[in-house]
Design a protein. Structure first.
Length: 296
């Protein structure tokens, strides 16, 4: 063996360590989290949750916004923990079925809904899921829509309910739809309705403060912040200032930071750390902004 071959082998052994990668065991993670939340049927329910996502990935249509990974599993598990704490006497299979439907149904297209319900009926046979009592919320939505001179439809109310269910289990979400499909009207009506519920002392809700930004109307530097090319001083962008205002607000009110505009890979990439479990906005200056701990 020549000197070069010996040197190459030595460099490979010392500088090119082998890396092993594995797919996380969703069923085991789910089982542990469900047990820690007080579920007695944690193993069976975790397996059914994993089977649900596996069958959905195989049978439902392929869409860019469909997610069957760890983030989706964790969302269901968090909702299951919250429901168990809220209704400890309810059958655990009913709680899990409700969580799976509430978290996933809003993102599926209409042709995929019957397939999704068929999967759930096979995995949870004989489970009759009682309808969630949204009488107070529906009444508030109707009143808020009437005040805005809007005429509600069953679909409008249903989508507002789904948006409400999403904000209970996720701190970041996306409203997707065609133009003039009532996306703006739905979130504004829901925000007004939650404020009315707080005024009446119902559903333990709080009013909403909406801060809307059009991310495509300004540059990336103006949005997130940038260094001055001459003085090299950092200047916060519109998002950084708005995020900081919401973070330091100590009121129990809901803080909605809304990007009202088309989704772009450039600006959404910097929101990864906000949308994952870190919940922090990381700036190029090295600073990071997190939410108020009381609302995490």
């Amino acid at each position: 063996m020549c000197a070069w071959e010996l040197l190459s082998a030595n460099m490979w052994l010392h500088h090119h360590r082998s890396v092993a990668m594995m797919v996380p065991d969703y069923a085991l993670i789910g089982e542990i989290m469900l047990y820690s939340s007080g579920y007695l049927k944690a193993r069976d329910l975790a397996r059914k949750l994993v089977a649900t996502y596996r069958l959905c990935s195989e049978q439902l249509s392929s869409q860019s916004h469909y997610d069957y990974g760890m983030r989706a599993v964790i969302s269901v598990l968090r909702a299951a923990a919250a429901n168990k704490q809220k209704d400890p006497a309810t059958d655990e299979e009913v709680l899990m079925l409700r969580c799976i439907k509430d978290v996933n149904a809003p993102k599926f297209l209409a042709p995929d809904i019957p397939l999704f319900e068929g999967i759930l009926s096979d995995l949870f046979p004989g489970i009759d899921l009682p309808a969630t009592d949204y009488a107070q919320l529906n009444s508030a939505l109707e009143a808020a829509a009437a005040a805005a001179e809007l005429v509600t439809t069953p679909t409008f109310i249903e989508k507002a309910q789904q948006l409400y269910e999403m904000i209970l289990v996720r701190h970041g979400l996306m409203i997707v739809g065609y133009s003039y499909s009532a996306k703006t009207s739905i979130y504004k009506t829901l925000a007004t309705a939650l404020g009315d519920l707080e005024a009446k002392g119902l559903m333990n809700e709080h009013k909403v403060h909406v801060r809307a930004i059009n991310p495509k109307s300004i540059t990336m530097g103006q949005l997130y912040g940038q260094f001055d090319p001459v003085s090299h001083e950092w200047k916060d962008g519109v998002l950084a200032k708005t995020f900081r205002e919401a973070a330091v607000d100590t009121r129990p009110d809901r803080q909605w930071l809304l990007f009202d505009g088309p989704v772009d890979a450039v600006w959404i990439e910097n929101m990864n750390t906000v949308l994952d479990d870190n919940k922090k906005l990381c700036l190029n200056s090295g600073r990071s902004l997190g939410p108020n701990p009381s609302r995490q």
